[in-house]
Design a protein around this ligand. Structure first.
Ligand code: GDP
Length: 419
């Protein structure tokens, strides 16, 4: 195990090789789940075969995925020397947005998979745009399926050129982007330098992952702790619990819960059943605040410093991306918004601008409607008080998902809050 942790998203167009790459990364780092290995050993012994073939691992992963059991490309883990990586859901996967907004899997960095034989495709654009919107710091671009194009340098260069243009269009800072010719299936340039690409002298994918900058915990931002649950514990009293998104909580701090608009002094903080004097971003804590009873606060409240309380939105402006909606979305639509631990019905009061999803530029002012695939700036009015923050100030509390009919239909980030 390494000390540092990274949440990594694997993004890219369908069929370009994301799942295969995840399987390959797990395989090369010795992180394939033990039961898969065990199962293979038994079968191999029965058949009198040795060896541990990647194709076999992939079959198992695929099979388990189809059965919807434990294996999904999300939430797999592997390690390099520098980092423990958790692969988080990629856009389009069922729980991506939900996990993204609850903070369970906000990705720090991403690998963009682009198939060499196909180049930039619609979801390549969409995911790059989303990645930029969601604040991904650095992209590693795996130009995949190099085996399919006979490991040709020209083809690699063409794809690099195409992707670079896309990155420029969406104003993704390209300095940090590294391009690697890979074959997820054959294993070229993943863990070891490939003999098939003598023209390439850059890093392997695992080297590039190992060299990523360490994510900085947001300790300098003001405290933001969305409340997940509120318990009553005998001997202590009311204990709200939640995960600290930003800032530090110390015993003795004066805190405020919004939108419930109550507050007091932090008396105790508990983590993993032990009392601690302070807690940091990423810590799951239970705590107790002088004078706060069980009915004073609720799930969806955000706890912050009394002198820098979480903002409460009367209305807010946001950038949204419509992922899947069966019809059109017009002003007046009132679906449920999921933001941190809150779930609140909100009305889309106006659709202010439609954006070109590839370039992020304004395509239309005040459109009548938006639909699947569209990106737009909208004004939103929560039907009940909602604490939410501009994502430029506190990104961790500035994003949300819109759900309707049991599905995530859109995701967004907050641009401005009118309290
Ligand atoms: P995803 O939809 O992006 O997750 O793509 P998959 O990982 O499911 O891959 C789609 C198809 O491409 C599968 O049939 C894979 O076996 C194949 N594939 C993925 N990577 C490679 C590669 O590097 N070389 C070759 N030849 N096929 C690949």
């Amino acid at each position: 195990m390494s000390e540092q942790h990274q949440n990594l998203a694997i993004i890219g167009h369908v069929d370009h090789g994301k799942s295969t790459l995840v399987g390959r990364l797990l395989y090369e780092t010795g992180s394939v789940p033990e039961h898969v290995i065990e199962q293979h050993r038994e079968e191999a012994e029965e058949k009198g075969k040795g060896g541990f073939e990647f194709a076999y691992v992939m079959d198992n992963l695929a099979e388990e995925r189809e059965r919807g059991v434990t294996i999904d490309i999300a939430h797999q883990e592997f390690s390099t020397d520098a980092y423990d990586f958790t692969i988080v859901d990629c856009p389009g996967h069922r729980d991506f947005v939900k996990n993204m907004i609850t903070g369970a899997s906000q990705a720090d960095n991403a690998v963009l998979v682009v198939a060499a034989d196909d180049g930039v495709a619609p979801q390549t654009q969409e995911h790059v745009f989303l990645a930029r919107t969601l604040g991904i710091d650095e992209l590693i671009i795996g130009v995949n399926k190099m085996d399919v194009v006979d490991y040709k340098e020209d083809t690699f260069d063409e794809v690099v050129e195409e992707v670079n243009q896309l990155l420029k269009q969406v104003q993704f800072q390209t300095d940090g982007a590294s391009f690697i010719p890979i074959s997820a299936f054959e294993g070229d340039n993943i863990a070891d330098e490939s003999g098939e690409t003598p023209w390439y002298d850059g890093r392997t994918l695992l080297e590039a992952l190992n060299d990523l900058p360490a994510p900085e915990p947001p300790t300098d931002a003001p405290l933001r702790l969305p409340i997940q649950d509120v318990y009553t514990i005998s001997g202590i009293g009311t204990v709200p619990v939640g995960r600290i998104e930003t800032g530090i909580m110390n015993i003795g701090d004066n805190v405020s819960f919004q939108p419930s608009d109550v507050g007091g002094e932090v008396k105790t903080i508990e983590m993993h059943h032990e009392e601690v004097p302070k807690a940091e971003p990423g810590d799951n804590v239970g705590f107790n605040v002088r004078g706060i009873g069980k009915d004073d606060i609720r799930r969806g409240d955000v706890c912050g410093p009394a002198d820098e309380p979480p903002s409460v939105a009367e209305t807010f402006q946001a950038q949204v991306v419509v992922m899947q909606h069966p019809s059109v979305i017009t002003a007046g639509y009132t679906p449920v918004f999921h933001a941190h631990t809150a779930q609140v019905a909100c009305t889309i009061e106006s659709i202010d601008k439609k954006m070109d999803p590839a370039s992020g530029e304004v395509a239309e002012e005040n459109p009548d409607f938006i639909q699947s695939g569209d990106a737009a700036v909208v004004t939103i009015r929560p039907q009940k008080p909602l604490s939410i923050e501009p994502s430029s100030e506190i990104p961790e509390l500035g994003s949300f998902a819109i759900r309707d009919m049991g599905q995530t239909i859109a995701a967004g980030k907050v641009l401005d809050v009118d309290g």
